[in-house]
Design a protein around this ligand. Structure first.
Ligand code: MG
Length: 140
């Protein structure tokens, strides 16, 4: 049976107890979630759904793009249609600014908001914004 322990500040170690009772470390993880996920897997559990926060622990460009695509799928289910897309994008930019001020660059919160900004930008690009199209028609 595998467990994880907080071995140092910011470090979680997975491992198991040997028959003689000695702790046998297995792997160091950068987050509690990563350690919990690994322990579940080591103990034979089915792979859990990987949460965005966990994926963010090793964020790179390709990963970011993948997380944005997941966000778009979810957003299209929650908010189908293309009305007020630009307004939503601007709101997300505001939330990103707020996250940067309150939590700092590189924080989970900033990454989450950046994903939402990218997702809304992509929706505007791909689906358009019916409210903006209407405004242009009214002008002439
Ligand atoms: Mg947001």
């Amino acid at each position: 049976m595998y467990f994880y322990v907080k071995s140092e500040p910011g470090l979680w170690t997975t491992g198991h107890f040997k028959p003689d009772g000695e702790w046998e470390p297995e792997k160091d993880c950068e987050s509690k979630e990563e350690a919990a996920e690994r322990v579940a897997w080591l103990n034979g559990g089915a792979p859990q759904e990987i949460k965005p926060t966990l994926r963010f622990s090793s964020l790179d460009d390709a990963l970011f793009v993948g997380v944005v695509q997941d966000e778009i799928k979810e957003a299209r289910t929650k908010f189908p249609g293309n009305g007020r897309q630009f307004t939503a994008l601007v709101e997300e930019v505001g939330e990103l600014a707020e996250a940067l001020l309150e939590h700092g660059s590189g924080s989970e919160r900033v990454r989450e908001e950046a994903v939402q900004v990218a997702a809304m930008a992509q929706r505007v690009a791909v689906e358009g914004d019916s409210d903006q199209i209407q405004a242009k028609t009214e002008e002439g």
